[in-house]
Write a protein that binds this ligand. Structure first.
Ligand code: DQQ
Length: 548
């Protein structure tokens, strides 16, 4: 039984205490992974936003050592906060940071910082050259003081560096590009990389290349052209993270979606924010981090904010959507393994997966849908609007009435369930008929995740781009870690990240993990592997380590 960890996770990145939000400047440098993050060293709230950059290093993306803060709001050009930004490896191998400062009067500007001692592999100290900061003051046509979050820079064929930054220009949410020869003097590109008249404020942009075939990552400066596409990712203020796949032309600094329109797709159908990727040169991977905020009622537990478990990501064979998957280093944490041989879960069935600690687990399952899909329910066209409230109504209808009903699904996992099942979080699929074909809906139903009041208990849903008539197997991988449940459906095409705060867990009660099937027909589970995961060493405070 786990001692109450106050919801703290065992293997997700989080500081030992205090407030954390966006990931900043993730970087692989001289054999070490660096993670910087928006950090309030003084307490567990965003407060006035006068944030620093926390800094941790790791050899494996799993275990992390906190090095303190790399940037603090101590200069005129960041006195009100060192806000989000990115790291770039320059031509001579030295890293550089570009970040947003809120200057002494709260105006957002862009600054540069370099390692104080470039030969220190831990990059412990950074200097912000006063002579040149801000390298990009706020332009006159920016409105709403929305001018922030510079990306990792990339080199164009003309030998000039470029970075992108989110800006509200005349009320229009835009992605601007700046160019420089020396990384200090920057010129604004003539036209924005993208502009959304209907969205005034975007944040945390990311622009990165992806190979059209295979899962290997590309360096951020990889040229567009045959075999390479680019992803433009943006966080919509007070909303979610979106991306679109397109073609970036470094000649004209233009980005054109492959589908001709900005058909924004969600990075994750649960809730995360400020996602940022980096190129992991060691394993030639594109790796994504994203902030996952607390969704409890703000209770003071001394800390707030975790990051997703790092995800490798690549382009799906359809050339339009991303596939995300926990980096393989997670396997170093695998302890006890429970394997249920191919199980059949009958209509209305519930089968416990015993033998692993249900609070720190990694579960991989393949559900084979029944031969006949005749009973699949009709998809309500309103659901296509991805209206979570409609979808939630659907789930509540389903989840509340016991026993099997018509339909193919819902079938999936019950996680973090109390012994009496009064608390439970379900992650499931529902096969729905839609105009002569079938769509697969993936859901995470948190409506009964906790008996605690004041805790957000949403219902998340997204469609999974799989063709069940061609391949009856639908895969689900779920990482469980005390107060977070990260699910990857359809091999990682559809992800749902959810925070849960069950009282039975807080009280140190035992938690259970089940397969379930509330459809009308038995479902065969052709693969089920569940591992208990150990506790990683994540930013453990020295005094903690002193404990016996
Ligand atoms: N958080 C940072 C900003 C960014 C926002 C400040 C997104 O730079 O736009 O902590 O969460």
């Amino acid at each position: 039984k786990q001692s109450p960890r106050n919801g703290r996770t065992a293997y997700h990145f989080q500081p030992a205490k205090n407030w954390m939000n966006d990931p900043n400047g993730p970087l692989y440098h001289k054999g070490m992974y660096h993670m910087f993050f928006q950090y309030n060293p003084h307490g567990p709230t965003f407060g006035t936003g006068k944030l620093s950059w926390g800094h941790s290093v790791s050899g494996d993306l799993v275990n992390w050592a906190f090095l303190g803060t790399a940037l603090d709001p101590t200069s005129p050009f960041d006195a009100e906060g060192c806000w989000s930004g990115s790291a770039t490896t320059l031509a001579d191998g030295r890293p550089a940071i570009l970040y947003t400062g809120r200057d002494a009067s709260g105006v957002q500007v862009q600054n540069v910082a370099f390692p104080k001692n470039p030969s220190d592999p831990l990059l412990r100290e950074w200097r912000k050259p006063p002579g040149c900061n801000p390298v990009v003051p706020q332009p006159g046509d920016v409105t709403g003081n929305n001018f922030r979050d510079p990306t990792t820079a990339w080199l164009g064929r003309d030998g000039l560096w470029r970075f992108a930054v989110a800006a509200e220009v005349g009320g229009v949410g835009s992605t601007l590009v700046y160019r420089s020869k020396d990384f200090v003097r920057w010129e604004r590109g003539s036209a924005p990389l993208h502009a959304s008249p209907d969205v005034p404020v975007w944040e945390c942009p990311d622009l990165f290349p992806v190979a059209e075939r295979g899962a290997e990552g590309l360096d951020t400066s990889a040229r567009g052209g045959a075999g390479v596409r680019h992803v433009l990712k943006l966080s919509k203020a007070a909303d979610e993270d979106y991306y679109v796949v397109g073609r970036y032309d470094d000649e004209a600094d233009t980005f054109a979606p492959v589908e001709g329109v900005f058909d924004w797709r969600r990075i994750d159908h649960g809730h995360l924010f400020g996602a940022k990727t980096f190129f992991d040169a060691r394993r030639r991977r594109r790796v994504l981090w994203a902030w996952v905020d607390e969704t409890d009622d703000g209770v003071d537990k001394g800390w707030r904010g975790i990051q997703t478990f790092p995800r490798a990501l690549w382009l799906d064979a359809d050339g339009r959507q991303l596939v995300q998957w926990p980096v393989e280093e997670i396997e170093t944490l695998r302890k006890g393994r429970a394997a249920l041989a191919g199980a059949v879960v009958g209509a209305g069935g519930l089968r416990e997966i015993a033998g692993v600690d249900a609070l720190q687990a990694d579960v991989e399952v393949v559900f084979e849908v029944p031969e006949s899909l005749d009973d699949a329910e009709e998809l309500d066209p309103e659901w296509l609007q991805h209206d979570p409230h409609k979808l939630r109504a659907c789930a509540e209808k389903k989840a509340s009435s016991p026993g099997p009903r018509g339909g193919v699904g819902p079938f999936g996992l019950v996680v973090m369930a109390s012994g009496d099942m009064r608390e439970q979080t379900t992650v499931f699929f529902q096969v729905l008929r839609h105009g002569g074909t079938y769509k697969v809906l993936m859901c995470a139903d948190l409506t009964r995740s906790s008996t605690k009041e004041g805790v957000h208990k949403p219902f998340y849903a997204g469609f999974v781009d799989v063709d069940v008539e061609k391949d009856r197997g639908i895969s689900l991988r779920t990482l469980i870690d005390h107060s977070v449940v990260e699910s990857f459906g359809g091999g990682g095409r559809t992800c749902i990240t959810a925070r849960v705060y069950p009282e039975h867990v807080a009280a140190g009660g035992s938690s259970h993990l089940y397969l379930f099937n509330n459809g009308a027909h038995p479902v065969t589970v052709s693969k089920i592997e569940a591992w208990e995961l150990g506790t990683a060493s994540v930013n453990v405070e020295q005094d903690d380590r002193a404990d016996p």
